[in-house]
Write a protein that binds this ligand. Structure first.
Ligand SMILES: [Ca+2]
Length: 135
């Protein structure tokens, strides 16, 4: 699905790291990123295996266990190929941060993408009170 939503988080594998407060996302939280075209030595990527999404409540601090692994659709991604994935379950309410790596079939992982800050919010406000028809 390529539909762009205002709730979308943009994750580019090659963008400059960002440390601003991110968009607020709800239960339809997604991430989007552009697939890498080249290896770190400049040759074309032909052995892509998966993407690993890491999520943390502390900016710049990620454990070794991905929050989600997304299989790469193609080992040799098409130019400007954009992928999306839904947020993994269990993200706590409030401020979080995400980064992603690309991993090849040999298990070589890229460095982290830019950091994508976001606020996960599924808590609705209480109802308005004393709603009264008026002339
Ligand atoms: Ca490789």
């Amino acid at each position: 699905m390529r539909r762009m939503l205002s709730l979308l988080l943009l994750v580019s594998l090659f963008a400059v790291p960002a440390f601003a407060v991110g968009p607020v996302v709800g239960s339809t939280c997604k991430f989007e990123w552009t697939e890498p075209q080249t290896n770190t030595n400049g040759s074309n990527v032909t052995d892509l295996a998966e993407y690993r999404l890491y999520i943390s409540q502390t900016a710049g601090s990620y454990g070794s266990t991905p929050a989600k692994i997304i299989p790469a659709p193609l080992a040799d991604p098409a130019a400007a190929s954009v992928l999306q994935t839904a947020c993994p379950a269990g993200i706590p309410e409030g401020q979080s941060y995400a980064v992603m790596t690309a991993v090849d079939v040999a298990g070589n992982a890229s460095v982290f993408s830019n950091e994508a800050p976001f606020v996960f919010d599924t808590v609705a406000p209480g109802s308005p009170v004393q709603l009264t028809p008026k002339k």
